[in-house]
Design a protein around this ligand. Structure first.
Ligand code: NAD
Length: 448
């Protein structure tokens, strides 16, 4: 699929038109912003079938995993219900000391004003969800937006462009397709805020470019998310949830459990339970390339990257317990369970972002905590336990973007919870009110 290149002049013209419109949108009221969100909702509904087809064309994403737009619509409904209260200026006390200093009685309020013109650089792994969910917060906050979707999922990017062009004039929201070169040209423009989702290597490039204009940034990055089980955990329950979160979208989920930490005492039991769970889900031979319910690695580069991690681990002593089947012509790797992995294996040094689940062991919970804390701060830490002391111990002694106790991924779905990373896994929080605040300038106004 060919992506038309975009000239720098055209990109700058769109940017400048968005700067003019941003000044108008700054004055927009709740009803105007809600009307814009509702227009987007109707357009999304119209395109749902095309999004499902595009996801399949891009990497054989199964239909049962292609309901990305359901969550986008849920976010529109949530924000529509709360926007009026978020947009209201918030009156706060004025300290007597200020009144005395000024010789009058002051009033203080905080207003949320839009940041202005925003740039979105978005990823391929959930191309619709990870573009439109933040877009809703950004529109609700009253901004204009230029979006560069991922070049790795060109069918999805084309549909993103169609939806946006159907719902918005170019001076409000525009999609510019292309790869790193186009992203670099966009990053040279003086955006007021940059929202980037992807790997941390490019996240650093984005942050450096933002520094040139002192643009604020939201960086939604990745990391190695442990699932830690203590001895009280229900292994059958945990294995089902971890396998679901790990192998959904062929392991290409930023908040997927990356690896398991289980006590040495119960390792064999966990491995046997997880193997049984995987066989129940995919059969003894794995899903196979004919199974329409299992996605592929997005392209040959990512496929070979994950396959090499697996091969390197096996050649260094790692043992495949289940799966391990690959097909170069299909970018297919079957759901794989790996044991005898050590921290020296390459697979434990980078985010796997593929369907391979290494099992590591610990001798005490404090060892497990130390292991997590030696690495970069993860996007998520998952804990499986029946003991509140264990969950408190792990949560209070590690730092992560988010945590779920006795499940994985679920925190992503709640609009009442902030979503995002910390340190190497990201900067800034989104979803619900947190997303609205992220795309707003909290401006204090003191009237004396
Ligand atoms: P990536 O970082 O390669 O690409 C993401 C976007 O960056 C694309 O639009 C791409 O065109 C653009 N890009 C690539 N090179 C660029 C450059 N030199 N300058 C500017 N832009 C450039 O994406 P990836 O690494 O394949 O994505 C996977 C990563 O994304 C994983 O680490 C995953 O955990 C993370 N991720 C995080 C979240 C989250 O919400 N925190 C969500 C999805 C993915």
């Amino acid at each position: 699929m060919e992506i038309k290149s975009v000239s720098t002049t055209n990109t700058r013209a769109i940017f400048e038109s968005q700067q003019r419109t941003a000044l108008q949108l700054k004055k927009s009221g709740t009803s105007e912003r809600i009307a814009r969100l509702q227009k987007l909702k109707q357009t999304i509904i119209k395109y749902v079938e095309r999004t499902v087809k595009a996801l399949h064309d891009d990497y054989k994403k199964p239909i049962e995993e292609s309901n990305e737009m359901d969550y986008v619509i849920g976010e529109i409904d949530f924000i529509t219900a709360y926007l009026e209260s978020w947009m209201k200026p918030q009156t706060v006390d004025t300290p007597e000391a200020i009144n005395a200093l000024a010789g009058t009685t002051g009033t203080s309020k905080i207003i949320s004003e839009p940041k202005g013109v925003c740039l979105f650089i978005t990823p391929w792994n959930y191309p619709f969800l990870l573009t439109f969910r933040p877009l809703i917060s950004c529109l609700a906050a009253g901004n204009t937006i230029m979006i560069k979707p991922s070049e790795l999922t060109p069918h999805s990017s084309a549909v993103i462009k169609q939806i946006v062009e159907d719902a918005f004039p170019e001076d409000e929201v525009a999609v510019i397709e292309g790869g790193a070169e186009v992203a670099s040209k966009l990053l040279a423009l003086p955006f007021n805020h940059i929202f980037y989702t992807g790997g941390s290597r490019v996240g650093k490039i984005v942050m450096r470019a933002a520094a040139d204009h002192l643009a604020s940034v939201t960086l939604e990055l990745g990391g190695k998310n442990p699932a830690i089980l203590d001895d009280s955990a229900d292994f059958g329950d945990a294995a089902g949830k971890i396998a679901w979160g790990k192998f959904f979208n062929c392991g290409q989920t930023c908040i997927a459990p990356d690896y398991v930490l289980v006590s040495e005492n119960r390792k064999e039991e966990f491995i046997a339970t997880m193997k049984g769970t995987m066989e129940a889900m995919y059969g003894n031979e794995g899903p196979g390339t004919d199974n329409p319910s299992y996605a592929r690695l997005v392209n040959a580069n990512h496929y070979h990257r994950v396959k090499n991690l697996l091969e390197e681990s096996v050649s260094s002593g790692g043992k495949i317990i289940a799966g391990g089947k690959t097909d170069d012509s299909e970018n297919y790797i079957s759901p794989t369970l790996l044991e005898n992995v050590t921290s020296d294996h390459a697979i434990m040094k980078e985010e796997i972002f593929g369907p391979v689940l290494p099992v590591m062991t610990y001798s005490s919970l404090n060892d497990a905590i130390d292991y997590v804390n030696k690495g970069d701060r993860p996007l998520a830490v998952y804990v499986f336990t029946k003991d509140k002391v264990t969950s408190d111990l792990i949560i209070n002694n590690t730092t992560a973007g988010g945590s779920v106790v006795n499940h994985v991924i679920m925190h992503y779905f709640s609009p009442f919870l902030p979503f995002g990373g910390v340190g190497n896994s990201g900067i800034g929080k989104g979803h619900g009110h947190f997303g609205f605040l992220d795309f707003s300038n909290q401006r204090p106004v003191l009237e004396l």
